[in-house]
Design a binder for this molecule. Structure first.
Ligand SMILES: [Zn+2]
Length: 293
């Protein structure tokens, strides 16, 4: 009878069967990387967006719905970064476990302190950051909070392995401490940069440097010639240490500006896996900070 009851519970999804791995669907590469650190061999991770794609510009594909259908947990960046495909997955995947309000609907941004949060969301003129800056994966402080949140949800959904997840979080936090010691040795405090896109606000906040101008007048809006002219003019007096960009955001415009002003240009990886030597989140941050030094 007890066996039958358990089997029924499993059928209705009330408990996670102890023999199965938790099926995690992550939207972005950094999310997949961090959750793998916590979930280890107790989870299977499918990442929807490739590291050579611009995360603002992704559209829904049938393969995403299929992945969503089988997910125990859908983990996403939030702050509307996945607006092009995430609502559709939640709606059309026909999976009650991942709809908003359920534990399997996991918004990583709920664990972070949002920067550049507007008083009222505004998408006018194509602003792609209407709920505040979504690029917090460059912030060790925030990522540790997200990793704690991931641990809680994995322990809740897969109670049998709760201690395993908690032990992995401890290892993650210890690794974070080791890396922080190396990162804090990078003399970035007081440096000033021009950036193409508002990707590096959290990084600047964690490491004490300043972004003093943007090549994009608004997130997602390419600059006019007149705007670039004005920016180049202002750089004569502001004298930034470098222009920072990535391979996928305004590389061409940033290079043109660097040539025009004689500024140094630094291309950073925008996510885990987007450059050689960025295989996991720690390696990604190592790369970012070593390139900025
Ligand atoms: Zn953005």
């Amino acid at each position: 009878m007890r066996k039958l009851f358990l089997a029924l519970l499993i059928l209705v999804g009330a408990v996670h069967p102890a023999f199965a791995k938790v099926n995690v669907v992550a939207t972005l590469p950094w999310i997949g990387s961090v959750v793998k650190e916590i979930g280890g061999d107790k989870i299977d991770v499918t990442t929807l967006v490739k590291s050579n794609q611009d995360p603002h510009m992704i559209e829904a594909k049938p393969s995403m719905l299929l992945a969503g259908r089988k997910a125990d947990i859908l983990m996403f960046n939030g702050l509307d970064l996945e607006i092009g495909y995430l609502p559709l997955i939640m709606e059309k995947a026909q999976n009650p476990a991942i709809v908003p309000g359920k534990p399997g609907n996991f918004d990583c941004s709920q664990y972070i302190a949002v920067l550049e949060k507007p008083l009222t969301p505004d998408r006018s003129m194509g602003d792609v950051h209407p709920l505040g800056n979504p690029h917090y994966h460059f912030s060790p402080i925030n990522i540790l909070h997200v990793a704690r949140g991931m641990t809680s949800i994995l322990a809740e959904i897969d109670e049998a392995n709760a201690d395993y997840y908690k032990a992995n979080l401890k290892k993650f936090a210890a690794r974070m401490d080791e890396h922080k010691q190396v990162w804090s040795a990078a003399p970035l405090n007081g440096k000033k940069f021009i950036a193409y896109h508002r990707l590096f606000e959290y990084l600047a906040s964690d490491f004490g440097f300043k972004i003093i101008g943007y090549v994009e007048p608004k997130p997602g809006i390419p600059p006019s010639a007149a705007y670039v002219q004005k920016l180049a003019e202002s750089m004569k007096t502001s004298k930034p240490d470098a222009i920072i960009t990535t391979a996928y955001y305004g590389k061409h415009e940033s290079e043109a500006l660097a040539e025009r002003t004689g500024s140094k240009i630094i291309a950073l990886p925008h996510d885990v896996g987007s450059m050689p030597g960025t295989e996991d989140w720690f390696a990604f941050m190592d790369k970012v900070l070593s390139l900025l030094r």
